[in-house]
Design a protein around this ligand. Structure first.
Ligand SMILES: O=C(O)CCC(=O)C(=O)O
Ligand SMILES: [Fe+2]
Length: 305
């Protein structure tokens, strides 16, 4: 699931003249996507790299990939606009980039905040298995994380788990409970491109067993009021996700793409002592969400807007 960029391709990408992107509402503009595609497809060995990437995300047993863009990050600067345009161009070949948060630009910073709820985004603690935007009726098909700086103190490996495989290991009774509209999590306010608020929601969608979203966040076990039986079933799923997890440390320039219809993600705790690090040295990821194009097999037969 780790994909290296062939050196001929890397060399060509460094000089690629990608223009600043434009947005159409909260989605990347079609004109930008077309321009980026034209530039990328003219580079050597791009098509084979893209085929490998798409297969990792949507092929049998697949569901996530890490594009190793570290050399490009080093050459261009990991938080330089040219590098960000390049990563955006790769993302565009997977699905349509968009921002659900009207107040944020396309890419959202995930830094380290020592005084935030440690289990939430940008907190310092264990970030339990979850799907991003779990309480929208149409969560992003893909969530993507670009590593600008790992934890300088050496913590915070990413964790990933095949959600359908975990659900399949549960008892019939637990699966039946998870298929009931008995779960809820968080607030839903002023979000674009992810449908309406879904509350309460079922974790498993009985009609699309093995296919649809496993609409789950282990964070609701601590932060939402759930009935005993429904909470127990959710706890069993959380345990199975951990049993099946893979974990790895993102390196500078690594671009993690997660197919949210297949895999759930999270992150182990950062190493203690974060408050001693200057903010500019702390871990920094940039996050971008993608909506599948209608008819590409991972879409839901609905145009993005
Ligand atoms: O910090 C990380 O590696 C993951 C963060 C995350 O999953 C999120 O903010 O949604
Ligand atoms: Fe997340």
């Amino acid at each position: 699931m780790f994909i290296d960029i062939p050196s001929e391709l890397e060399a060509a990408l460094i000089g690629l003249p990608l223009p600043t992107w434009k947005l159409d509402g909260s989605f990347l503009a079609t004109s930008t996507m077309e321009r980026y595609r034209t530039e990328l497809t003219a580079t050597p060995r791009f098509e084979e790299t893209l085929t490998t990437l798409r297969h990792a995300l949507t092929g049998e047993g697949g569901g996530y990939a890490v594009l190793r863009l570290g050399n490009l990050a080093k050459a261009l600067g990991a938080d330089d606009d040219r590098f960000l345009r390049l990563v955006t161009a790769f993302a565009t070949e997977v699905a349509v980039p968009f921002s659900p948060f009207p107040r944020w630009s396309l890419w959202k910073d995930i830094g380290v905040k020592v005084d935030k709820d440690p289990g939430k985004s940008s907190g310092i603690g264990y970030n339990a298995f979850h799907m991003d935007l779990v309480n929208g009726t149409l969560p992003p098909d893909y969530t993507t994380l670009l590593c600008v700086r790992p934890d300088a103190l050496g913590g915070g490996p990413s964790i990933l788990s095949d959600a359908h495989a975990a659900a399949a290991r549960l008892s019939e009774d637990s699966r039946a409970l998870l298929a009931e509209s008995a779960y809820h999590y968080g607030t839903f306010f002023d979000l674009f491109g992810v449908g309406g608020e879904y509350k309460p929601f079922p974790v498993l969608d009985g009609s699309t067993a093995g296919k649809g979203f496993v609409r789950f966040t282990a964070k609701m076990l601590e932060r939402s009021e759930l009935s005993r039986a429904h909470a127990d079933a959710a706890r069993e799923l959380a345990a199975e996700l951990i049993r099946g997890q893979v974990s790895f440390m993102l390196q500078p320039g690594d671009y993690l793409i997660v197919n949210q219809r297949r895999f759930l993600h999270g992150r182990e705790a950062l190493r203690g002592g974060q408050e001693t690090l200057p903010v500019a040295d702390r871990r920094l990821l940039l996050q971008l969400f993608l909506r599948a194009r209608a008819g590409d097999g991972s879409a839901v037969g609905r145009r993005h807007r």
